[in-house]
Design a protein around this ligand. Sequence first.
Ligand code: FAD
Length: 291
Amino acid sequence: MQVPAHVDYEKATSVDHALALLDRYGAEAKVLAGGHSLIPMMKLRLAQPELLVDINGLTDLRYITRAGKVLRIGTLTRHAQLLESDLAGEHFAIMHDAERVIADPIVRNWGTVGGSLCQADPSEDLSAAFAAMKGTMVIHSREGDREVSARAFHTGPYETVVGPAEMLTEIRLPVRPGGGSGYKKVARRAGDWPVGAAGAAVWLSGGVIADAGIGLTAVGATHFAAAEAEEFLRGRPADEQTLAQAGEIAAEHCRPVTDQRGPADYKRHLARELTTRVLRLAVSRARGEAA
Ligand SMILES: Cc1cc2nc3c(=O)[nH]c(=O)nc-3n(C[C@H](O)[C@H](O)[C@H](O)COP(=O)(O)OP(=O)(O)OC[C@H]3O[C@@H](n4cnc5c(N)ncnc54)[C@H](O)[C@@H]3O)c2cc1C
C-alpha cells in the first residue's frame, strides 16, 4: 500500500489563519479540502507538500445562497449538498445533472466544489458545468478578493490561476431570465470518470438564443469550453439544425487523445453528440418543456 511522504498538518481556524499558513510555506503548502484528489496524489508522490492546511473547519465557506441576481456557492460546499440543493437545481439544473454522475456517495459526501475546481483534472465534471454556466471564481488572499471567469481560472491540466498564498473561496453564477441548462456524460461504468461529457446553458429571448455556454470535459477542450460553438449560437433560432451545427463545431475544435477510456475519434464523436443533445435539453428546459 502506498503511503504519502512525511507532511506537517495544521487545521485552519479561520480564512485569515489559512492564508497566513499558506503565505508562510509558499508553494510547499497545500489546502486540504475533501482530500479525495490530494491524498491519492500524495500517495503516488505526484504531490509532496510540506504542509497541509486543513480548511474543513471553516464552515462559513460552506453555503449555497442567492444574493440578488447572483447564485453564490462557498468553496467548501460538498458535492452532496449541491446535489440536494433545491436552490441550485431551480436555477441551474445542470448542477444536479452533473452531481448525479460524479463518483459515488462516499466521494460526494466529502469532496468539495472548490477542491474539484482547484484540482483542475482535465476529466473533471464540475469544471465543464461551471464553464457552461459562465460562472466567476472568487480568489482570496491577504490583499483581498479578485474575481476571474471560469474560463480564465483553469490554465492547463492540473493548473489554475490560484497562487501559493491564495484560496478559492466562492463561485458566483449570474441568474438571468430565459435560462435552461443540462449535463450529459458517457462513462464506462456507474461512478466512473467520463469518457466524454458536455454541459450547456442557454438563455432564450423570443425563440432566439441570446447567449449560450457550452462546457466539455475529457475531450481536450480549451478551458473546458466550446467557445466557437457558443459564438455560433448567439443570435440564432434555437432549432434542431442550429443545435446540430453547434455540435459539429464543438467537435471540430476539441483535441481529444486516445487513452484507457477510449480512442480519440470516439471521444470526438461524443463531443458532437453530447453537445447537440445537451443543447436540446437546455433549450427545452428554458422553454419549460422538460424537468
Ligand atoms: C473514486 C473517485 C471517483 C471520482 N470520480 C469523479 C468523477 O466521476 N467526476 C469528477 O468530476 N470527479 C471525480 N472524482 C474527483 C472528486 O470529485 C474530487 O476528488 C474531489 O471532489 C475533489 O475535491 P476535494 O474537496 O476532495 O479536494 P482535495 O483533494 O482536498 O483538493 C484537490 C486540490 O485542490 C486544492 N484545493 C482544494 N480546495 C481549495 C481551495 N479552496 N483553494 C485553493 N486550493 C484548493 C488542494 O490543495 C488540491 O490541490 C473522483 C474521485 C474519487 C476518489
